[in-house]
Design a protein around this ligand. Structure first.
Ligand code: ADP
Ligand code: MG
Length: 344
């Protein structure tokens, strides 16, 4: 039974920020994604991730990027404060992964967070916050760049903490986020440590097409059956690896779509790929693929989803056709070379 209605009252600020935080940070993997985005936006050329207990204990990202000036550290933890956009026009041309100024504030509201940062030519500084309480900035020795450590996610919201899974499951999600970042940013060297062990390591990919990194992340089992895609169709560049029809599987385990260096879910592209495989794939089999799309920023809106995992194309049917065409061509060429083999 619902309670009889009570008078309308404004929510306390603490509750407002906890509710908002819950929409930005759902689990260690979503915190990791935000921290990786920030590291990439800072211009990092190398970054290191350290997780404890699948991220339930801590999530740490260290980068060698531009750093945060000591006097701006409190602002970094403030809601809706960002250095990335200043007006609506910049929003529409956002080249950064972040722009909402919400991630670090959310983490400060629902966990313990420490930021240590140093700009080139300046002294290092540290700020710490826990469950919304921000402590004063202190000087500290630091490398150039930024190291953010998140501890005990949702320690102050036990009902939310209970919904987190086992360290193994949370680790698997974090590792997925790490791999997606590695695919989308081949020019950055990345390392992933878990409970003191080095789990994954990718050196910078010097190849201009970024397909060496793709093959390294997806692994030998995938790459051995993969066909390279590389096409320029109007303003759209499509690169990547797709599986031979004979290597399709019942599960959609390798389906990566990266648009302008963002890993996204996108029906237009996914459908374009499926359409290209329509004649060569039987029944419920799923194509496996990783496609990197690049197009001018005015042709794609990235500001449609709070978690930035969806984009909207200005002309989605053109994108659909281009993807379909690029994939069809590669499949047709491969089919011509192996015309006697049929998918079983
Ligand atoms: P947003 O990324 O949307 O701006 P965040 O809450 O993630 O919001 O970060 C707030 C601000 O803190 C950023 O705009 C940026 O100026 C600064 N910042 C956060 N992480 C880093 C980092 N790793 N390196 C440099 N600056 C950072
Ligand atoms: Mg951010």
């Amino acid at each position: 039974m619902l309670q009889p209605q009570r008078p309308i009252r404004p929510l306390p600020d603490v509750l407002i920020s906890q509710i908002a935080a819950g929409e930005v940070i759902e689990r260690p993997a979503s915190a990791l994604r935000e921290l990786l985005d920030n590291a990439i936006d800072s211009g990092a050329s190398a970054l290191t991730v350290r997780l404890e207990q699948g991220g339930l204990g801590s999530v740490q990202v260290e980068d060698d990027g531009c750093g945060i000036p000591a006097e701006e550290l409190p602002l970094a933890l403030l809601r809706h404060a960002t250095s990335k956009i200043a007006d609506l026009d910049e929003l529409h041309h956002a080249a950064h992964l972040g722009f909402r100024g919400e991630a670090l504030a959310a983490m400060a509201a629902v966990a313990e967070i420490e930021i240590i940062s140093r700009r080139a030519g300046a002294d290092g500084a540290r700020i710490h916050a826990s469950a919304g309480q921000v402590a004063a900035v202190q000087p500290t020795a630091a490398q150039q760049g930024t190291r953010v450590t998140l501890r005990q996610l949702f320690f102050n919201l036990p009902a939310r903490r209970k919904f987190l899974k086992s360290p193994q499951t949370e680790y698997a999600w974090c590792a997925d986020v790490f791999k997606r970042t590695a695919i989308a940013h081949p020019q950055i060297a990345l390392r992933l440590w878990h409970d003191g062990q080095l789990k994954l390591q990718f050196e910078r990919d010097p190849s201009p097409h970024g397909l060496d990194r793709l093959a390294a992340v997806l692994g030998e089992a995938f790459s051995a059956h993969a066909l390279p895609v590389s096409a320029q169709i109007g303003p759209l560049a499509v690169r990547g690896l797709i599986c031979k029809p004979t290597a399709a599987r019942a599960r959609a385990d390798v389906q990566h779509i990266i648009v302008n260096n963002r890993w996204v879910r996108d029906r237009t592209v996914a459908h374009g790929v499926r359409a290209a495989y329509a004649d060569v794939l039987h029944g419920a089999l799923q194509p496996q693929y990783a496609l990197l799309l690049d197009l001018p920023s005015e042709l794609v809106d990235v500001n449609v989803h709070p978690a930035k995992s969806e984009v909207r194309f200005r002309d989605s049917s053109a994108v659909h056709q281009a993807v379909r065409h690029a994939v069809e061509q590669v499949l047709a060429r491969a089919g011509g070379e192996a015309s006697s083999s049929h998918p079983s």
